[in-house]
Write a protein of this length. Structure first.
Lengths: 216, 218
């Protein structure tokens, strides 16, 4: 499991909670919205960590913000060129592979990990994780960032394959809310993007509308 | 790992720790306290069936985590102090008294010790109670989790805990939480032990690895 980098020697870092979940007919990719410096100063309360790398492919970032932005910018360019050459939208796996190549080849300098999720015609909804060292694997759902340690148990217990869109939205919102509740470097609002064959929908749940659990 | 200079096996030089998962929850009329059973020394598992639920008195138990030696010694000392105390007052000790004795040791030897005990039990005055004594503080909570595996189940326990759970609900809650943590934490594993304490007595149970609850990917 990846540990977040030492805050003392990285600049702005997205101490964060990110996740992506496959459901029946699509994927939901979600994150919190806090960016912090060293865990003691919130530098941005409403940062968007869900980056669109192509029409139906999104990725979210954990680790050093600067590294993540540089890598996603390069990946966006490579993917748009690739899709022109192939004359078709890129596969989700292609997007994940582009990120993986960048992460692996520069693994000494970079400190960023990615979750890629999207929909393509060949394999439908998919979720891929690219870890900090450059490993690429496909999973039914995946969680990442510093806040993810607190929700491994919840996610293992509550995830079901082939959920409906509503169940999946509820699962994602609950998981992010629980992580935000326990991790001091995750917070703000819950951003989610729902990607299906029909298109892309951005859902934002502000702090006061998040579900409440027993001690609140 | 193969280039490590030591010619001895790792478990001879690494400190023995009950990197662990422990949990306790109070219900109306009692408590359920549970733990995993793995004791590790670095990457080696030196005991896979250790019972980390240690009785401090008839109806008061504590759950051990952190350095195995420190935790066991603290529990033994408090066991002795509680025996003396209960003879002096002429009746069964309060759970709060046991927790206070543990807290006194944790606080006084804060720098030297690295163990965390959760104290739980039943007494006539306040029924089922759970106390945490981390770093020398004393706090009563409706439920408590501790040990290295507890990080992974904070979300799960926050979501699943409700007020007014019955004894059976609490037992299921404890076993599910332990199973989830044991699946994710490298330092937790083995079997799940849990003890149910109420006015009628204490009931110790052990759930073997293959009988633990399974989740979607198993």
């Amino acid at each position: 499991m990846d540990r977040p980098p030492n805050p003392q020697n990285t600049g702005v870092s997205t101490g964060t909670t990110i996740l992506a979940v496959k459901f029946n007919g699509g994927v939901i990719i979600g994150s919190d919205s806090r960016a912090s410096i060293g865990g003691s100063y919130v530098s941005n309360k409403m940062i968007n960590k869900l980056i669109q790398v192509h029409d139906k492919i999104f990725c979210c970032i954990a680790g050093s913000l600067a590294d993540a932005q540089a890598v996603t910018k390069m990946a966006k360019f490579q993917l748009s060129f690739h899709s022109i050459q192939m004359e078709a939208p890129p596969l989700v796996k292609a997007a994940a592979s582009v990120l993986k190549e960048l992460c692996y080849n520069n693994r000494e300098e970079l400190q960023a990990g990615f979750i890629t999720a999207g929909w393509d015609r060949k394999r439908g909804p998919q979720v891929y994780t690219v870890s900090m060292g450059g490993m690429l694997i496909s999973q039914p759902f995946t969680i990442g960032g510093s806040g993810s340690t607190f929700i491994y148990g919840y996610a293992d217990a509550k995830f079901k394959p082939d959920m409906s869109r509503e169940e999946c939205l509820q699962f994602t919102t609950n998981a992010l809310t629980l992580a935000i509740g326990r991790d001091n470097v995750s917070g703000g609002v819950v951003h989610m993007v729902v990607i299906t064959e029909d298109g892309v929908e951005h859902v934002v749940v502000p702090g006061d509308k998040l579900p409440k659990f027993h001690d609140e | 790992m193969l280039e490590e200079s030591s010619l001895q096996p790792e478990w001879l030089s690494e400190e023995v720790s009950t990197g662990t998962t422990i949990i306790a929850i109070a219900f109306e009329g009692g408590v359920v306290i549970g733990s995993d059973s793995r004791v590790s020394a670095g990457a080696s598992v030196v005991n896979r069936v250790m019972n980390k639920l240690s009785p401090l008195h008839d109806k008061i138990y504590c759950a051990l985590s952190g350095s195995a030696a420190d935790a066991q010694t603290m529990a033994e000392i408090v066991n002795y102090q509680l025996d003396v105390h209960s003879i002096e007052v002429g009746e069964d000790p309060l759970v709060r008294s046991a927790a206070t004795l543990v807290k006194n040791i944790s606080y006084k030897y804060k720098e030297e010790l690295s163990a965390h005990l959760i104290v739980a039990g039943w007494d006539r005055r306040a029924g089922g109670q759970v106390y945490v004594t981390l770093d020398g503080l004393l706090a009563r909570q409706p439920f408590a989790i501790g040990g290295s595996g507890s990080s992974y189940i904070y979300g799960f326990v926050d979501a699943e805990y409700r007020q007014g759970m019955t004894k059976k609900d609490c037992q299921e809650f404890v076993v599910n939480a332990l199973a989830l943590a044991m699946n994710r934490d490298g330092s937790s594993g083995g079997v799940a032990y849990f003890v149910t304490i109420d006015k009628d007595g204490t009931d110790e149970k052990c759930i073997l690895g293959n009988k633990l609850p399974t989740f979607f990917d198993e």
